[in-house]
Write a protein that binds this ligand. Sequence first.
Ligand code: MG
Length: 628
Amino acid sequence: MKTSIATVTVAGTLEEKLAAIAAAGFDGVEIFEQDFVAHDGGPREVGRMVRDHGLDITLFQPFRDFECLPEPLRSKAFDRARHKFDTMADLGTDRMLICSSCHPRALGGIDRAADDLAELGDIARERGLRLGYEALAWGRHVNDHRDAWEIVRRADHPSVGLVLDSFHSLGRKLDPDSIRSIPGDRIFFVQLADAPAIEMDLLYWSRHFRNMPGEGDLGVERFMRAVMATGYTGPISLEIFNDHFRGSDPQSVARDGYRSLVALMDDVRRAEPGVSQELPEIPARVAAEGIGFIEIATRGDEADDLAASLRSLGFDLAGRHRSKEIDLWRQGEIRIVVNREAEGHAAHTWNARGTCVCDIGIEVASGEDALSRARALGADPFHQEIGVGVLSLPAIRGLAGSVLHFVDGTNGLDRVWTDEFIPAPPEGPDAGLTHVDHLDQTMGYEDMLSWTLFYTSLFDMQKSPILDVIDPNGLIRAQDVTSRRGGFRVTLNATETHRTLAGGFLADSFGASVHQIAMSTDDIFATARALAARGFDPLPIPENYYDDLEARFDLPPGLLDRLREADILYDQIGGSEFFQLYSRVLPGGLYVEIVQRAPGYHRYGEANAPFRIAAQKRLARPKGMPRI
Ligand code: MG
């Protein structure tokens, strides 16, 4: 598999683009003409620069408004093409993209277009060049890959082939299976882009909203399966025009591009066996079964406050590390590791962000397979021995500097809890919390696609549509990713301003991600009583909320009063109920949410989110006060 990406996809100067593209692992690059023209070196120098980065130029693009012009425009278009052929020779590439004409004077006609391409094909052939013809979704006469293929077929020229672009076909809702009958050797190049499902002008949609395969809603996998079924053996390239990517860090956009391409082609390999191009074999998406532990970096008074908070939530101190400043807190299947060490990853994280979640242990079937897939997707492995040095769990750096450990039945984490921690005596009945239901992570809006891609490419997780959640001071875009069996759930909350609750947390914690930890109980009223006995003070919910609840749902007698008394939020979908109880703010700006989820309820109580956020903000510290 030869991977490629168009220079237009990533931000920066041409040098910066090439460095980021090479570092991300791509084999080749499409030179977008505007990037070349804006560069202050000649074509030979650019060609050398590309090759010095270990890359090939897979395509020179785009050559616009060529076919079907009346004279004298037609002769001028041929002259223009000859000039570009000279540039291509100097760059050191043999493949040019000709996109279907948008010229107001283009005449149309399949045979006229085929004749023009065949005539230019003769000139290209003499120079050892190949021309790929692409149907732009908004082309004046040709805007359908089936028409473009008919033109190429009638041109019947060895130097004239077809360029397919998933956006142009899928954006127009063309059936990708129509590609299957095209001979693979007549397809000269394939460009991939996804996009969110938004109804808007095709050109505007394409220029501003394209995103990486898997980040949008188009059927890119089905498109690519059809392409591979033709026997196509050329480069597989990303051509993404996206406003956020243009302003983002080129390295991370290129890395996401590579990740999306590897994940997509792995899906294609599994769904379309026997394709002619050799595709790399990597382990399947990881089935995440649950959260094995959450580690929080903290120090000093905050560490003491955190311990008091955990105790009030029904946690027992289960053990103290034999040689390190690390405590293990336990309730049900939930393990919270509180790390006060002055060295190592937790310490570095605390130095940068203060009290925050620094590590997450995710339960998987095979830690080694999970690590191997993560590496294939371009993730950075992380090495730090846990405890006194008997164990190194497979781990990677997640986003925002966090570390994800892959915990499986064989890599001996249980031994760490028993061997490395001095057990503490049980402290009495707990509050009935059983396991971590989900994590709530925050990020800037521009990072949301990257996070969703991270989770859905590595893990077998489904993403929800993006929802708008109202904060008193701005809008939060929320999307959840959930493992197939529901064992690992993450809600992603993207904010555009620091004035929202999520944005304030992000700013105060210098980019920490885990904002809320949701824990399950089988009986939220019993849990609320147990917590009250331990001195837990819930987030107060206003009376208006319960009046509204009464109007919205036909609740059984007495339930509303019980909810009101315990400050419990309620939701119901299709008869399945969901209950939520929130803590007040914990050290580091963290919150704990306690949930009771009836079978069949798979959401997160988002209908309650605006009222919960408003309640949290009412109790938030005044601006300028130190965090607690
Ligand atoms: Mg294209």
